[in-house]
Ligand binder design. Structure first.
Ligand code: URA
Length: 237
């Protein structure tokens, strides 16, 4: 890893500021001052110091929510160089998304560097409810709503009980849909099955975390209370 990246990763300073520290001769690697930009260090092997103190990776855990716009990929890197959710969050930590939203879905996505937390949030056993606003063609009948709620056959198996509420009825209706699974394109497929294809889809809540007024493309750290509530949900159920 490049020295300035390592310093940033360890929380010494931003990458740009770390470059200044290197130029100023304040960083040593294995006892030698290094002023060469881009000098490569092997994490866990080379001994890096700043002001005489050993620099080690921080163990701080980050929990972030992002309002993903449509047209952004939920992954850490994309083979076609399209914008990813990671590109939208300014941090030197290596974070990754918790689950995924489709390229054409917007809304709330969590990002973290806490692998244990990410696994628990995605594990089907904890049934974390995910709430969506879907703009669909037409308006579902009571019979269609009931079949949606009971479970629909998609990709060869039935979906778990879900909830569907009509928020606004028109030629394009606005639905509030809550599912507790995370199957591929699940909301879109369920709406297709009841004959009301999705035109726009946005996730507005993940468990107790609400998207609220966070603007598209913006992110914030979760509060301690939000993190604790999510963690409790997965350990007490
Ligand atoms: N269901 C979908 O169909 N798409 C998403 O992005 C999330 C849930």
């Amino acid at each position: 890893m490049r020295l300035q990246k390592y310093l940033a990763h360890c929380g010494v300073a931003s990458r740009r500021k770390s470059e200044e520290l290197i130029q100023q001769g304040l960083i040593t690697v294995n006892g030698q001052v290094v002023t060469e930009m881009g000098y490569k260090v092997t994490v866990g092997k080379d001994e890096v110091t700043f002001k005489g103190k050993l620099v080690v990776p921080e163990k701080q855990k980050l929990y972030i929510m992002l309002n993903k716009p449509e047209g952004v990929i939920t992954s850490s890197n994309d083979q076609f160089n399209r914008k990813t959710v990671i590109d939208l969050v300014a941090t030197d930590y290596r974070i990754y998304p918790v689950g995924r939203l489709d390229y054409d879905t917007s809304g709330l996505i969590l990002l973290t560097n806490d692998g244990e937390f990410a696994n628990q949030m995605m594990h089907p056993k904890y049934k974390i409810p995910k709430t969506y606003h879907a703009l669909v063609k037409g308006s579902p009948t009571q019979v269609e709503i009931e079949s949606f709620e009971k479970g629909l056959l998609i990709d060869g198996s039935y979906t778990h009980p879900a909830s569907l509420k009509i928020l606004k009825e028109d030629t394009l209706s606005l639905l509030e849909i809550i599912i507790s699974e995370g199957r591929n394109r699940q909301v879109r497929k369920m709406c297709d099955v009841i004959g009301h294809p999705v035109r726009h889809l946005k996730r507005v809540a993940f468990g107790n975390i609400l998207l609220g007024s966070l603007k598209e493309g913006h992110w914030r750290y979760l509060t301690v209370a939000e993190i604790n509530e999510l963690k409790e949900r997965s350990s007490i159920q």
